[in-house]
Ligand binder design. Structure first.
Ligand SMILES: [Zn+2]
Length: 227
């Protein structure tokens, strides 16, 4: 999983400055969502045990901060056009009716200000309303897309689930390693690396098994494992 700076995120997505978390169809063939694992993040996004992301829909826009968190999340704007929630929900319905493939969603996870992790592609497989104890919110289920699955890195699909590093572990490792490669101090093109690979039983949940490596050291390590 690659660590990137916001500028690189923008470059990845064709120079588009993403101002909001949900961007349905922004790239034509796919959508982009931003999620945060910071304690003060505005939305309750979760990473489930099997690698599925439970992504919370977004609040009513253009109302006060207090009102935002007390109003039900909207499916349509006053003009009748669909909100981002509505667009995601419509894609889910069409998928369930067999009218389309699941919408492809590119996920970026914010680790701290200006630092993101490229989580790759997910399929939008479900969406529903849920009461959060206060009001109704939308929840969307994003399933990891195994089109990018690299069989040489894992023996079984089940193993693949174990490579998902929880957000709090990502944050702790970033702090501990000072946001740079532990081998050479490089601060660009960084990756989260499993010291013991997940395919060999190494844990993703134990921060002691995760470190930050630059692209060069990440690759050279890969070579050693193969030969
Ligand atoms: Zn390095």
């Amino acid at each position: 999983m690659q660590l990137i700076k916001y500028n690189n995120l923008v470059m990845n997505e064709g120079g588009k400055h993403l101002q909001r978390g949900m961007n349905f169809g922004i790239m034509g063939s796919y959508s982009v969502v931003l999620m945060s694992v910071e304690k003060n993040s505005p939305y309750a996004d979760e990473m489930l045990e099997n690698g599925i992301i439970k992504y919370e829909g977004h609040d009513q826009e253009k109302v006060s901060k207090e009102l935002k968190k007390s109003l039900d999340q909207p499916i349509a704007n006053k003009s009748g056009t669909l909100t981002q929630n509505g667009k995601f929900l419509q894609a889910v319905e069409q998928f369930k009716e067999g009218k389309r493939e699941p919408a492809k969603i590119k996920v970026y996870r914010k680790i701290r200000a200006g630092i993101w992790v490229d989580m790759g592609f997910y399929n939008l497989i479900d969406g529903f309303k849920e009461h959060d104890g206060n009001r109704y919110v939308f929840k969307f289920l994003l399933k990891p897309n195994f089109d990018n699955f690299k069989p040489e890195e894992s023996d079984y699909i089940d193993m693949e689930h174990n490579r998902y590093i929880p957000g709090d572990v990502m944050q702790k490792v970033f702090e501990r390693d000072g946001g740079k490669c532990v081998m050479c101090g490089e601060t660009d093109n960084l990756h989260y690396d499993h010291k013991i690979p997940f395919s060999k039983g190494g844990s993703s949940k134990d921060e002691k098994n995760i470190q930050i490596l630059c692209a060069r050291h990440n690759l050279s390590k890969g070579d050693k494992l193969v030969y």
